[in-house]
Design a protein around this ligand. Structure first.
Ligand SMILES: C[S@@+](CC[C@H](N)C(=O)[O-])C[C@H]1O[C@@H](n2cnc3c(N)ncnc32)[C@H](O)[C@@H]1O
Length: 195
């Protein structure tokens, strides 16, 4: 992978099940990708710069563990950011069906944010299973300085290094592979944020 990153976004493959088919009373379905234990995720050697920001996607079941993982990676947890999603089918959860996911914003050192953001929640439509809205990457670029690393990525993005077992080449450990995405003109960088 090479180099250290000032901004890291991670979307770990938590050990969970998918919800049942929409509008069915069926059983939960298995995930379509391999998962990692909390200990395996915490043991990853994350290539963070001395002064850096980190955003870790999490779900209700793993919120406590996410704070521990952030500390194991050398970060200080700061703010829980929330993605609000419309209910869809039966969904996961117990008494309360889960219609939120969270991203823990963490810091290390003295990296200053580019700007102050006037909210900690965003409502964006759902994509495919476990896919996170691209708008969050746009938001993060507007707040946290690069260089940027996305861990457990499934697609590349201009100006980001993508690492994960579904993107090609370059080991980091933990079985993943990474690819550096060349900078390119990307309109998203100039988009007005809708948060
Ligand atoms: C929650 S998904 C990431 C979803 C992604 N953020 C998106 O928006 O589409 C977790 C990803 O981690 C990958 N993964 C699982 N085990 C891995 C490992 N040991 N090393 C690297 N990637 C792994 C999975 O295959 C999956 O692509």
């Amino acid at each position: 992978m090479g180099g250290l990153f000032s901004c890291i976004v991670a979307d770990p493959p938590w050990e969970v099940e998918r919800g049942p088919e929409w509008a069915s009373n069926g059983a939960a379905r298995p995930l379509t990708y391999p998962t990692m234990t909390v200990d395996e995720i915490a043991a990853l050697k994350v290539p963070a710069a001395k002064d850096a920001h980190c955003y870790i996607w999490t779900i209700n079941k793993y919120i406590e563990a996410t704070y521990a993982i952030a500390r194991a990676w050398g970060f200080v947890p700061s703010t829980l950011l929330t993605w609000i999603k419309a209910p869809r089918g039966i969904g996961l959860g117990g008494t309360y069906v889960l219609t939120t996911e969270h991203m823990l914003f963490c810091r290390r050192g003295t990296l200053k944010a580019k700007r102050r953001v006037d909210t900690s929640w965003w409502g964006y439509p759902r994509g495919a299973h476990s896919e996170k809205p691209e708008e969050f990457q746009t938001l993060i670029e507007s707040v946290s300085p690069g260089p940027y690393l996305e861990m457990f990525a499934r697609r590349g993005r201009p100006n980001w290094t993508a690492w994960g077992n579904e993107v090609p080449s370059g080991p980091l450990g933990g079985g993943g592979r990474g690819v550096s995405v060349a900078p390119a003109a990307d309109e998203r960088h100039n988009e007005k944020l809708t948060d």
